[in-house]
Design a protein around this ligand. Structure first.
Ligand code: RB5
Length: 207
């Protein structure tokens, strides 16, 4: 059987060379058949793999399941606080919700003080603060020596403030940040680890 490609110069009359075309058709079908079998078999293999995996390994595990995260917001941040609280629960965290709960105007320094107090108690190590911009509430929180609150509006800041500053409070501006970005910042902040080393020396100078 001539299996040469009918498009080569050695076979100029390829259009009329039905035998060569048939041969190629045949080879192509065989290849498709092999490919089809391979796909079916690998799908079957991955189906078996999925069935054998315990469900917990497929689902995203909680970052630190036993950790309690404190959260507080003023009236401008209350809606985002509720979204973040739900997100924390989905991730497996306990949530200490320090308010506020409604739209009635409250002063952000009071909310920051409540969160700082919860963190100084020792039971809670990290927290989240939300106000309109994240700025006022983080300034108020940072007046407490044991608090390192960082306003973040992107995931790089959320990661770096954990890695370098060992920030223990994530501050978010509900009027400035989108909900999905806020959730991304939260997840990043909670999963990033303090790098220690030269950063520890600097952080120690602030406490
Ligand atoms: C409240 O109106 C607003 O000033 C507050 O949420 C915050 O943005 C302050 O920094």
């Amino acid at each position: 059987m001539d299996t040469r490609c009918p498009l080569t110069s050695t076979n100029r009359n390829w259009q009329s060379n039905k035998s060569a075309v048939r041969t190629l058709d045949c080879l192509a079908s065989e290849r498709y058949l092999l490919l089809y079998r391979y796909l079916v078999e690998s799908e079957a293999r991955s189906a078996i793999y999925c069935v054998r995996q315990p469900r917990i390994e497929i689902q995203k595990p909680p970052l630190m399941p036993s950790e309690t995260i404190a959260i507080a917001a003023d009236h401008a941040g209350v809606d985002l606080k509720m979204v973040l609280k739900e997100e924390l629960e989905v991730l497996g965290f306990e949530v200490l919700d320090l308010g506020t709960q409604g739209e009635q105007s409250v002063d952000y320094p009071d909310m920051a003080d409540a969160l700082a107090e919860a963190i100084s108690d020792g039971g809670v190590e990290r927290g989240v603060l939300v106000c309109g911009t994240g700025i006022g509430i983080s300034i108020a929180a940072n007046r407490h020596r044991h608090i390192r609150a960082a306003v973040c509006c992107d995931t790089s800041s959320a990661r770096l403030t954990r890695e370098h500053n060992n920030a223990n409070v994530l501050a978010l501006g509900a009027r400035l940040i989108g909900v999905e970005t806020a959730k991304d910042c939260l997840r990043t902040f909670l999963s990033a680890k303090f790098e220690g080393g030269r950063h520890k020396r600097r952080v120690d100078k602030m406490s």
